[in-house]
Design a protein around this ligand. Structure first.
Ligand code: 4GX
Length: 226
């Protein structure tokens, strides 16, 4: 999958994209992420990419011209799916990430300041939000989206398909995990995990996942908060 990211702050992305699982996915050619500095496309002599809002008000608005030219440069192919990260968008969910992971080419537009000139919306196929809070820009949301959908690209996650393995607790929060030693500073790993009875372990994990979910996120189980 190819992902182009349009941003005023490309330097924010290097660490996140090169480390750990995303770094390995890129090295393996499963994911090709390229950042593009919108400012490089400004035709203004001072490379200006934002301006005061018509009608007045606080803050700056990203100009249409540099975004249009940048978008046109990265979407020579007609098959690109163009996304704007914004609190106005549909909330990011696992099913959405799964669908986006099947696209051949994504373009992510990161807004800054008070937003983008509304005429930019004619370039956008879908608006996505990562949650009901306001950030300083769309860069972190773009990184969250890339990280989230990468898990659904075949080959990105390790050998044992941990996605499938955990399907028996799908929609629930994670059950507790332990690794060696069995006794750490007097804190014991639950006996059931040490004796190797696979069916019992599955049942225990399922029960733990349900209890934790009911306690902290009853809404995920169709219940309400008390
Ligand atoms: N989930 N922000 C975008 C500027 C902006 C506003 C409107 C385009 C249109 C956010 C979120 C988020 C802050 C990113 C405002 N750009 N994005 N930015 N929550 O808070 O996605």
């Amino acid at each position: 999958m190819k992902i182009d990211i349009l941003t005023l702050f490309p330097e924010m992305f290097a660490g996140v994209l090169s480390a750990s699982i995303l770094g390995r996915a890129s090295a393996a050619g499963l994911l090709t992420v390229q950042t593009h500095n919108i400012r490089d496309y400004s035709t203004d002599k001072h490379r200006k990419a934002d301006d005061y809002p018509f009608g007045g008000g606080a803050g700056l608005v990203m100009m249409a011209q540099p975004i249009f030219d940048c978008m046109e440069a990265v979407t020579a192919d007609a098959q690109a799916h163009r996304i704007l990260l914004t609190p106005r968008g549909r909330p990011l969910r696992p099913d959405m990430a799964k669908r986006l992971a099947r696209e051949a080419h994504l373009v992510l537009l990161c807004g800054h300041y008070e937003g983008v000139d509304e005429r930019v919306m004619t370039l956008i196929d879908e608006e996505i939000s990562i949650g009901d809070y306001v950030l300083t820009g769309g860069e972190l949301p773009a990184m969250v989206l890339v990280d989230c959908l990468a898990r659904f690209i075949p080959g990105v996650l390790g050998g044992e398909t941990s996605m499938q393995e955990e399907s028996f607790t799908e929609g629930l929060l994670e059950y507790p995990q332990y690794t060696r030693p069995a006794n750490f500073r007097g804190m014991q790993v639950p006996e059931i995990l040490l004796n190797g009875h696979h069916a019992n372990i599955r049942a225990w994990r399922r029960r733990q996942a349900e209890e934790i979910t009911r306690k902290v996120r009853p809404d995920l189980m169709g219940d309400s908060y008390e």
